[in-house]
Design a protein around this ligand. Sequence first.
Ligand code: ADP
Ligand code: MG
Length: 329
Amino acid sequence: PRLANQIAAGEVVERPASVVKELLENSLDAGATSLELDVEQGGVKLIRIRDDGDGIEKDDLALALSRHATSKILELEDLEAVCSLGFRGEALASISSVSRLTLTSRQKDAANAWQVTTEGRDMQAEVSPAAHPKGTTLEVRDLFFNTPARRKFLRTENTEFKHLEEVVKRLALSRFDVAFQLRHNGRVIHQLRPARSQPERERRVASVCGPQFIQQSLSVDVVAESSGISLRGWIGLPTFSRSQADLQYFFVNGRMIRDKVVTHAVRQAYADVLYHGRHPAYVLYLELDPALVDVNVHPTKHEVRFRESRLVHDFIYRSIHRVIGDVRP
Ligand code: ADP
Ligand code: MG
């Protein structure tokens, strides 16, 4: 099973950023409202995520690290209605097969926390008592220490950190209700309080995307009463357009996606009203009936398929057109 895990790890765990994505999604699935992330050396030496979620029962600790031990699918039909972010039950097994992992967790009414450690191949079976407030801490050290071939594919510390930070930014922009802290080599990089009001949300977007973005953007708030589709968020003014498509965040029902229909619709509306050649910057949230989208079940892709892609395209196009039409030079 370890080998199977390492093979699976090749799919799920590509680099530190993929570990962070899986761990943060698990924490959010567990209802966490505060996430503290500490990384060292771009995440290769250490990734530690502490949450205040529901925690894991003592008897389930070792199980959580074994393949296909998911607590998230009870019935096969649930696959149809997957709403939690993770549902495959192999992320932790995969990560633990290629790192030194310590899992510490405490449930609300437990007398104390429990901890289990694995070192790549050898899983230390016993679970020992530990000190920890309600919630879970996952510590992943020395990623790929036992798979040198994979380790070779890692880029510089700085590049790995940028990828990892991008994962945090996406989640921070999708969950305003959750507090995030990210530290790299002991230095605080992001410190984000829960944002409820619109000004608080704007402050979060400013600290994630840079204050210039919020200063030089228009807010979008369009609802199509008939179809129940809405588009909200911020789109950068032409003064803030980019030479690269590097500040484009689009969320569909709370989930960050990359999609040609969407990219085209926004870009087209922007180009029609303003000028060609530059990329719009945006943070946009599309909400629509979940029955109208297929979320791709591949763990690492951010893809969706719209059942009515024409309708979605036109709605996005018209919404953006309307908002930025007012600033036509
Ligand atoms: P999946 O998320 O697909 O179920 P994982 O391997 O990511 O599989 O996690 C295995 C199980 O471990 C989860 O189903 C969950 O029960 C438990 N788990 C993992 N991380 C956490 C966490 N931070 N808080 C509570 N439970 C967790
Ligand atoms: Mg998971």
